[in-house]
Each structure stands twice: as C-alpha cells, then as structure tokens.
Design a binder for this molecule. Structure first.
Ligand SMILES: NC(=O)c1ccc[n+]([C@@H]2O[C@H](COP(=O)([O-])OP(=O)(O)OC[C@H]3O[C@@H](n4cnc5c(N)ncnc54)[C@H](O)[C@@H]3O)[C@@H](O)[C@H]2O)c1
Length: 286
C-alpha cells in the first residue's frame, strides 16, 4: 500500500520530531493536539529545529520551506479522516491511548494504518479496541527523532504481514534503519536500556562503586558517549521510573522491578538534569 498522507496525534516532544521527519521525507502531514496552545508550541519547536538545520548548513532554505509547507495543524481529530497512516504520540497513559485509538478507528477509512509511539505499553491491547487489529502496529521512534538512526517497529499479536511490510517501507523512506520486535514489555530497546540502568542503580545502592566510576565503566570500557546513571538523569528519573513500573507491571520480571532508591529520588523531586539534581548535581540547570 502506498502512503501519501500521514497524521500525527500529539505535537509534544516526540510528535513534533515525527512530524518534522515525515514532512522532510516528502509526506503531507496533519498534526492534531488538544489545544491551539500545545499545538503551536510543538510547531514552534519544530520550526526552531528546521531553522537550526538551515543555519548549520544541514538543509537549504528551499527544502525548509517545502518541508514547512507540507505540515498542517489542527485541534480536531476528525481532520485525520483522509490519512493513509496515523502515528499516535500522546502521553504514555494506557487509558488515554485506548480512547485515541477507538476514536481514530471511527474517523479513519478502513485502509488507514494506526501506529503507536508507545515506549512500553501493549500494542496488542491498543489494537483490540479497534475494528482493524490487523492494521495496528507500534512505531517506536527514539529521541531526538530527526537525528536517531533507528526505528523500532513493534508487531502486535494481531498485525498482518501487509501492514508490517508497509510500515517497514515507510520507516526506511524516513531514512531510518528498522528493527522489528514482538509486543513484549519494553520491546528490545527499552528492555535493554532499563536493565542496564537498573543494574547501575543496584551497584550504587550496594556501595560497589561511586556513580562516576559506574558510568566510567561504561564510557571507557564500552566506548559509549554517556554512562547509564548520567543517561538516566538526562532522560528524567520520573520518566525512567514510570517506564520501569509499566514494564514490571506487564512482565513481573524481577530484573525490571524499579529500585527503592529511584522511587525515593522521584518522590523528593530529584528528577535528574531538569531539576538540577539526580545521580549528579547540575550547576547550570534549575
Ligand atoms: N520522550 C521520549 O524520549 C520518548 C521516547 C520514545 C517514545 N516516547 C513515547 O512517545 C509518546 C509521547 O511522549 P512525549 O515525550 O512526546 O510526550 P509529551 O508530553 O511531550 O507530548 C504529548 C503531547 O500529546 C498531547 N495530547 C495529550 N492528549 C491528547 C489527545 N487526546 N489528543 C491529541 N493530543 C494530545 C499533549 O498536549 C502533548 O502535546 C509516549 O507514549 C512516550 O512514551 C517518548
């Protein structure tokens, strides 16, 4: 099936990046958010990144203008009635995502493929609230969406071969490398990431080494640009805790159980870089 018109639901951190990448790749994009304020904020952020690409010589002015012209915004979900593929990027809340999928199912034509950008929720459960479970799939983009090389495609238990093939082709057309995962807690990327960060926190909790040395084992030993504890701070400890809880709820896998120290830090507002303190202190942040 040929994809021409793309819809995106949610113009936040991830949605704005997805809109940008789709429009840059030649798709006509309609993005929907709940209010003019949140919609305009997302579009303004995306325009900032497009302009920065022009300033840094990564994109011509002409291509920026063409990209921008392909994007339309709305606060009415019904405006997605003519889309070939819709990507949901609303907050990680199962009830909210199910409501959005049930509404999209009523609004969109039968051929439309419905995708979720969920980090760890069951795509199969989302598929089951629709009348087209064969055409529902996970498209887990990683941040920052325009720079990340990977797209993790999550095949729900109900996704058919044609939908998988179409979405793989769509992902490649966005310049991404494709990884296909089964619909399991955290899929591949977050399962690995949370296991690594969880192990680093346990080492710290058990007093095996300092935060700096635990991170150095990864940066110097494995050649990674950032260690697991610094990465957890960067992503936000509240986000990590929420994803760990959701993965543990789904799997009951003790390796994925969020640690007590992480819960304590979240409860007292030590959320990482964004609050100026997490596993490290950040002078320049709040
Ligand atoms: N932040 C990350 O690094 C990251 C990485 C990969 C995947 N994800 C996943 O992507 C999804 C979105 O995360 P985010 O970080 O962009 O969240 P965000 O909070 O930045 O953006 C969510 C947007 O959805 C809008 N929204 C809320 N309810 C809506 C509705 N009913 N209809 C339309 N819009 C609605 C909000 O106004 C907001 O603009 C989540 O499922 C998250 O788990 C996030």
């Amino acid at each position: 099936m040929e994809i021409k018109k793309v819809g995106v639901v949610g113009c936040g951190f991830m949605g704005a990046g997805i809109v940008q990448v789709c429009a840059q790749s030649g798709y006509e994009v309609m993005v929907v958010d709940i209010s003019e304020e949140t919609l305009n904020k997302g579009i303004a952020t995306m325009e900032y990144y497009l302009n920065r690409d022009v300033e840094k010589g990564r994109m011509s002015r002409h291509d920026r203008d063409l990209t921008r012209a392909r994007i339309k915004g709305s606060v009415v979900l019904e405006d997605l009635h003519d889309r070939d593929l819709v990507i949901e990027a609303v907050p990680e809340d199962s009830g909210l995502k199910k409501k959005v999928f049930a509404r999209l199912d009523r609004i969109c034509p039968q051929h439309t493929i419905l995708c979720s950008n969920t980090s760890c929720l069951s795509v199969t459960e989302l598929a089951r609230v629709t009348g087209r479970p064969d055409r529902v799939i996970g498209t887990h983009f990683l941040s920052p969406v325009p720079r990340s090389k990977l797209l993790e495609i999550v095949r729900a238990d109900t996704t058919d071969e044609e939908t998988l093939a179409t979405v793989k082709e769509f992902g490649r057309s966005l310049g991404k490398e494709i990884l296909v995962a089964k619909d399991t807690p955290g899929f591949v990327f977050n399962y690995l990431l949370l296991a690594l960060i969880g192990a680093a926190i346990r080492l710290l909790e058990n007093g095996v080494a300092s935060a700096e040395d635990i991170d150095r084992s990864w940066t110097l030993g494995m050649g990674h640009p950032i260690g697991p504890l610094a990465l957890a701070d960067f992503n936000g400890l509240d986000v990590g805790y929420m994803v760990a809880c959701a993965m543990y709820d789904r799997s009951k896998d003790p390796h994925l159980a969020p640690s007590a120290i992480l819960k304590e830090m979240v409860d007292c507002g030590r959320l990482g870089r964004k609050t100026g303190e997490g596993f490290y202190k950040y002078k320049d942040e709040k």
